[in-house]
Design a protein around this ligand. Structure first.
Ligand code: NAD
Ligand code: LEU
Length: 364
């Protein structure tokens, strides 16, 4: 892999490799763009097939956070970490504390939070070493686990996408397939069940499936059967790249709207959905509830204020749909334009000099 060439293609600022032999920490922090502010993005722990796969995932996810934070109207840049390892077997206290010290070394350029494979308890360990971490225990005045809030945002965004596709944002009686029923999707299923939707679910974890079958009357299907279900809405809530050449021909849903990051394997798959008339709610717009919530901690966490802001996911999806419709472009492209225009606009005004007390001459 030509790392610098790859970084140059999408203009990444920084890639940090963190190694700690005692704890077994092998982490990669990717900082994509800090035009709008410090890079905020979660830490994923995953068993990658190769170091290259881990680097690629960190880079892709970090860029996604730049767009997510920009489109959500946050004054934050984009970054992400991947820790190489099995979250069920390889975690230890020293690992997260060592990682916390690496984050501290970046002096606020990167702020972390949860992602797949990490928990509030892990964030609390990081917090032992640095303040640049969010999603820590409410006992510290923090917002805790972001997943239920992400789920609420996805639910609201799904309603906005339904409005576009069906002319009504009611999900009552809608058939909705959900791929992966983990932290976010469990709460999403609860909202959908409470509104009267019919759920069809799958997961590689049987216990997770059983829970939503028992609690929300969901119907379970095999992993590879989820794409071809006769449903109104398909909600990808596991990992990325699941909208691809193999899956698109199977999809019968009129709407794709879910929590997973990087759902389109390639951008051309967003073009194909558009051509087929399938309404795609861009992943980083619809799943921004969690980051909106943890970002509020930077102002001293206020749940009411944070939840008010999470409500904007509905409006943000509606806006992207409107741009797509009026300009005749796919929704993923409409979302990219919203994010890129904001970064360009704000970046331009931030380029004007503003005394910040750290002028090079001030120490003389
Ligand atoms: N947690 C958040 O607040 C948040 C915020 C924004 C985006 N996301 C994204 O949403 C997605 C889900 O996040 P989460 O926190 O719920 O993670 P999670 O690990 O709790 O849930 C993911 C679920 O998907 C299942 N899964 C994995 N591979 C699968 C497969 N091939 N088929 C079916 N199921 C499979 C897992 O067993 C797990 O239950 C991720 O892509 C994450 O990056 C999460
Ligand atoms: C900051 C977080 C809550 C990050 C979250 N995992 C996301 O992808 O948005």
């Amino acid at each position: 892999m030509e790392i610098f060439k790859n970084m140059e293609t999408y203009d990444y600022e920084q890639l940090v490799f963190c190694q700690d032999k005692t704890s077994g920490l092998k982490a990669i922090i990717a900082i994509h763009d800090t035009t709008l502010g410090p890079a905020l993005g979660g830490t994923r722990m995953w068993t990658y097939a190769s170091e290259e796969d881990a680097i690629e995932d960190a880079l892709r996810l970090a860029r996604g956070m730049t767009y997510k934070n920009a489109a959500a109207g946050l004054n934050l840049g984009g970054g992400k970490t991947v820790i190489i390892g099995d979250p069920l077997k390889d975690k230890n206290e020293e690992m997260f504390r060592a990682f916390g010290r690496f984050i501290q070394g970046l002096n606020g350029r990167y702020i972390t939070a949860e992602d797949v494979g990490t928990t509030v308890a892990d964030m609390d360990l990081i917090h032992e070493e640095t303040n640049y971490v969010t999603g820590i225990s409410p006992a510290f005045g923090s917002s805790g686990n972001p997943s239920p809030v992400t789920a609420y945002g996805v639910y609201r965004g799904m309603k906005a996408a339904a409005m576009e596709a069906f002319g009504s944002d009611s999900l009552e009686g809608k058939r909705i397939s959900v791929q992966g029923v983990g932290n976010v999707a469990y709460h999403l299923c609860r909202h959908l069940y409470e509104e009267g939707a019919k759920l069809i679910v799958t997961d590689i974890n049987k216990a997770a499936v059983d829970r939503v079958v028992e609690e929300f009357g969901a119907t379970a299907v095999n992993i590879d059967e989820i794409y071809s279900q006769e449903v109104d809405i398909f909600a990808p809530c596991a990992l990325g790249a699941i909208i691809n050449d193999e899956t698109i021909p199977q999809i019968k849903a009129k709407v794709v709207a879910g929590a997973a990051n990087n759902q389109l394997k390639e951008t051309r798959h967003g073009d194909i959905l558009h051509e087929l008339g399938i309404v795609y709610a861009p992943d980083y717009v619809i799943n921004a509830g969690g980051v909106i919530n943890v970002a509020d901690e930077l102002n001293g966490y206020n749940r009411e204020r944070a939840m008010k802001r999470v409500e904007t996911v509905y409006d943000n999806i509606a806006k992207v749909m409107e741009i797509s419709r009026t300009q005749g472009i796919p929704t993923y492209l409409a979302a990219d334009r919203v994010a890129e225009e904001r970064i360009a606009r704000v970046g331009k005004s931030r380029s004007q000099f503003l005394q910040n007390g750290k002028h090079i001459l001030s120490g003389r």
